[in-house]
Write a protein that binds this ligand. Structure first.
Ligand code: PGA
Length: 258
């Protein structure tokens, strides 16, 4: 299956002109990368202009969030059908930055349900804030996965993409250069743990169909090591996706990885 590379632009760039420029300088490489599916997750306001300029099977768009309600009086929120209508085919759900600003496991579960109903692919982030010697972080992860999937019908689960993104490994959370680095082996263990947890809920054949990505300081230097992890289907790229040359390099490596 094609590698899936998601550019999480977060609250960047500052203007639509810059968004067009950034998109314009990665578009060609993304469209030429036969073995890679590239997904751009821009701020909501840039979704429509970018998605209406180019959209292809290999180059798609994700919203960074939705509200779980289908419509209503939620001031300042956007709905699944709205982001879908302006060009998103996926939606990021449960990113640690949103969890930090109050999103609960239950909210995440409801958002996944709404996204699936609207035929948007939910890209669900799970990951521990820190690691402890006793392995409590595994319990955290299991809880995140279990609540996220509560009530989700077995025939829908394969449409969900999970991202294992340890909060401590995100580039902007590393306050100085001596931050912990995750190894390919650690990522592999966590992918297996994620798969096992899904298998306990839905059985192994379903768990095997769920795509799992890694996120956290992915860049042009480490992308090949990340994608060499067995069972990894791709990566979420934050800071490095804002640098067009670096993101192009990431796509080129991904495209060569089988
Ligand atoms: P990063 O961000 O690649 O800058 O670490 C990833 C993310 O937060 O999704």
């Amino acid at each position: 299956m094609n590698k899936l590379i998601i550019a999480n632009w977060k609250m960047n760039p500052s203007t639509l002109a810059e968004a067009y420029a950034l998109f314009g300088s990665v578009k060609k490489v993304a469209l030429l990368a036969r073995n890679t599916s590239t997904v751009i997750a821009p701020p909501h306001v840039f979704l429509q202009p970018l998605a209406s300029s180019t959209r292809a099977k290999r180059l798609q768009f994700a919203a960074q969030n939705i509200h779980f309600a289908k419509s209503g009086s939620q001031v300042g929120e956007v709905s699944a059908s709205q982001v879908k209508d302006v060009g998103a085919s996926m939606v990021l759900i449960g990113h640690s930055a949103r969890r930090r600003s109050g999103e609960t496991e239950e909210d995440i579960n409801k958002k996944i349900e709404t996204a699936l109903e609207e035929k948007l692919i939910p890209v669900v982030f799970v990951g521990e804030r820190e690691r402890d010697a006793h392995g409590t972080f595994l319990r955290t992860l299991r809880k995140q996965i279990t609540i996220a999937l509560e009530g989700i019908k077995i025939n829908k689960v394969k449409n969900i993409v999970f991202v294992y993104e340890p909060v401590w490994a995100i580039s902007t959370n590393k306050t100085n250069g001596d931050g912990q680095e995750i190894t390919a082996n650690d990522i592999h263990k966590m992918v297996l743990f994620l798969q096992k947890t899904i298998a306990e809920l839905y059985g192994l054949p379903i768990a095997r169909k769920v795509r799992v990505l890694y996120g956290g300081s992915v860049n042009a230097q480490n992308i090949s090591s990340v994608l060499s992890v067995p069972r990894i289907d791709g990566a979420v790229v934050g800071a490095a996706s804002l640098d067009a040359a670096e993101f192009r390099a990431i796509l080129q490596v991904a495209n060569k990885t089988r």
